[in-house]
Design a protein. Structure first.
Length: 582
């Protein structure tokens, strides 16, 4: 985390924190009046001819103390605890915002369950630290100071000193055990992340699990993770459970000391019975916050462990460098790639090698090649999802690195291989929650992606709510909705990354024909495994092992009888055999 993030929040809310702390001390002072009033009442009642009006007045005072304690406690909680909730909200928003800035490499190396644990458990632990834990600490310190002062000044400083001898032992013990709690809580959080990740994967992949009858295997894996989490929690409890009993033993010793020395002082007449009862009342008041220190330390150490985990996330910087020189407004779509090489982080193997490509405005470019040939990596670099070598990609004659990332990507319509749909209406999925697109534009995009008829046949049409990740749609329907999402923004450059693989060849042909019409004069890049999806392209490149091995249109490449011809004939023969079998 930016180290001063919490400090800045406290600084911004310093007035409410200050008022809250003032009410805390006021609460502690009011509470400290109770033992003294009670002791004074006992001394009055001991007299043979006690004044009943004084007793009644003291009872009124006790009621007023109770009411005042209620009011001031309510007020400080509204200031301090509410601020803690605001901090939690601020941290969660800041974390989510930070997630949006991080590059794909970050997500490639992190589990989703861990990221969920950061956003929920860790931030809640920080909130508990800077809310209830801080409040209990300040309140406890205030009560202890006021109570010890009252015991020493009003009753007997010698008995006070002797009775509080066990406290240094308590403090030393808490310091030793606190570090151990922090280490073990970190393990608990890590195990929570692992189990969250497993549950999420299981839910997403439930159809595959059932199809392969892997329920028992998945259950075994989950039981192991669940057992690990249970063991981690038990190990932490074994340590944290020492705190309260140890503190109680020390305070029991304090009460025994007080009974011996205080009782003897009452018998000698050094202090009154009322003072002795008041002393025990103050000792009990001290005991409660110190007993809660065990819980405070557990919360605090959990919070510090979570803060360290959050620090790790907030310290991650976007690896993709954002250009600051110009805004990518009204990009036409001229693309020129020169001597482009690329390797993924941590790998020396070149995924792309010496790519040279000129894509004039209005060109439809088809890209084919075997799996792992670098097709998707190439378009990822056009979107600048990874850092690009200086001047290796020019957009309208300008280095792609000069453009700000957000303005650059607004000029692209991108349909990735893994289409993601939100748990929202079909209309919102196509509009991507942007209100500038009218219903007519949404419907037109749906027609051009050949999904319109399927949508209007649903009970609620475009208002149909999709399940998580579009689970209630077929693969082809999801792809076509994703294509509609890209088309509705009418981008300068449209990229379809194997986005027609789940549709039949007839629908594929209809979509391609629609694209030819609506994409006239605009740049379109189509990556496909099926050659039929790129036959109509103005230019086609064939990629192999990160290189462009062939370039031309469909007719030219067929005449070369090279790799493109081989792919075409393989698919043609497969299709022919399929027809013969049927």
């Amino acid at each position: 985390m930016e180290d001063n993030l919490i400090f800045n929040f406290i600084k911004e809310n310093k007035l409410t924190y200050f008022v809250g702390v003032v009410f805390m001390f006021l609460t502690s002072y009011i509470q400290s009046l109770f033992p003294n009033i009670l002791g004074n009442t006992i001394d009055i009642l001991k007299k043979d001819n006690f004044d009943s009006s004084s007793v009644k007045l003291n009872i009124v005072y006790l009621l007023l103390v109770a009411i005042a304690t209620f009011i001031t406690t309510y007020l400080w909680r509204n200031f301090v605890i509410v601020n803690a909730r605001k901090l939690e909200c601020s941290l969660r928003e800041r974390l989510f915002d930070h997630f949006q800035t991080l590059s794909p490499d970050f997500y490639n190396n992190r589990k989703t369950g861990d990221l969920i644990a950061y956003a929920i458990n860790d931030i809640s632990a920080v909130r508990m630290t800077f809310g209830p834990a801080i409040a209990m600490s300040i309140n406890g310190v205030a009560i202890c100071i006021i109570s010890i002062y009252s015991m020493a000044r009003s009753i007997n400083w010698e008995i006070t000193l002797i009775s509080l001898l066990p406290i240094p032992i308590i403090i030393l013990f808490m310091m030793k055990i606190g570090t151990l709690i922090q280490k073990r809580f970190k393990i608990v959080q890590e195990s929570f992340g692992a189990i969250s990740d497993r549950v999420q994967e299981n839910i997403y992949g439930i159809r595959v699990i059932k199809a392969y009858v892997q329920e028992e295997h998945e259950l075994d894996n989950f039981e192991k993770l669940n057992q690990n989490m249970k063991d981690a929690n038990i190990n932490m409890i074994k340590v944290s459970s020492f705190l309260s009993p140890a503190i109680e033993i020390c305070f029991s010793i304090s009460f025994v000391i007080n009974l011996i020395y205080g009782g003897n002082a009452v018998l000698k007449g050094s202090i009154s019975l009322g003072s002795f009862i008041a002393f025990n009342g103050y000792l009990t008041m001290i005991m409660n916050p110190i007993l809660s220190i065990g819980r405070v330390i557990t919360i605090f150490q959990r919070g510090m462990a979570s803060l360290k985990r959050l620090n790790d996330i907030f310290s991650q910087q976007p690896e993709v460098i954002d250009g600051k020189k110009r805004m990518a407004k009204d990009i036409k779509g001229n693309i020129k790639i020169t001597s482009l090489d690329f390797s993924y982080k941590g790998s020396y193997e070149k995924v792309l090698q010496d790519i040279n490509l000129d894509i004039p405005l209005g060109t439809t470019l088809g890209i084919v090649g075997e799996t792992g040939s670098g097709k998707s990596t190439l378009v990822n670099l056009l979107l600048k999802l990874y850092n690009v070598k200086e001047s290796s990609i020019l957009l309208d004659g300008k280095d792609i690195n000069e453009y700000t990332l957000s303005s650059l990507r607004k000029n692209f319509g991108y349909v990735p291989q893994d289409n993601f749909l939100f748990s929202a209406s079909i209309k919102d999925n196509i509009k991507f929650f942007k209100e500038q697109f009218s219903n007519e534009q949404v419907e037109e995009a749906a027609k051009n992606s050949c999904i319109y008829d399927s949508i209007i046949n649903l009970p609620n049409g475009f208002e149909t709510i999709l399940g998580e990740r579009g689970v209630n749609l077929s693969g082809g329907q999801k792809q076509r909705i994703a294509i509609a999402r890209a088309l509705v923004k009418d981008p300068s450059i449209l990229i379809l990354d194997d986005s027609l693989s789940a549709v039949d060849t007839i629908t594929e042909g209809d979509i391609i024909e629609n694209l030819k019409e609506v994409r006239k004069g605009k740049t379109t890049i189509i990556i496909a495994h099926r050659v039929s999806a790129v036959e109509m392209a103005d230019k086609i490149i064939v990629m192999s092992s990160g290189r462009i091995v062939e370039f031309g249109n469909h007719k030219e490449l067929m005449n070369k009888r090279g790799r493109y011809y081989e792919i075409y004939m393989e698919q043609y023969n497969q299709k022919k055999q399929g027809l013969e079998v049927s």
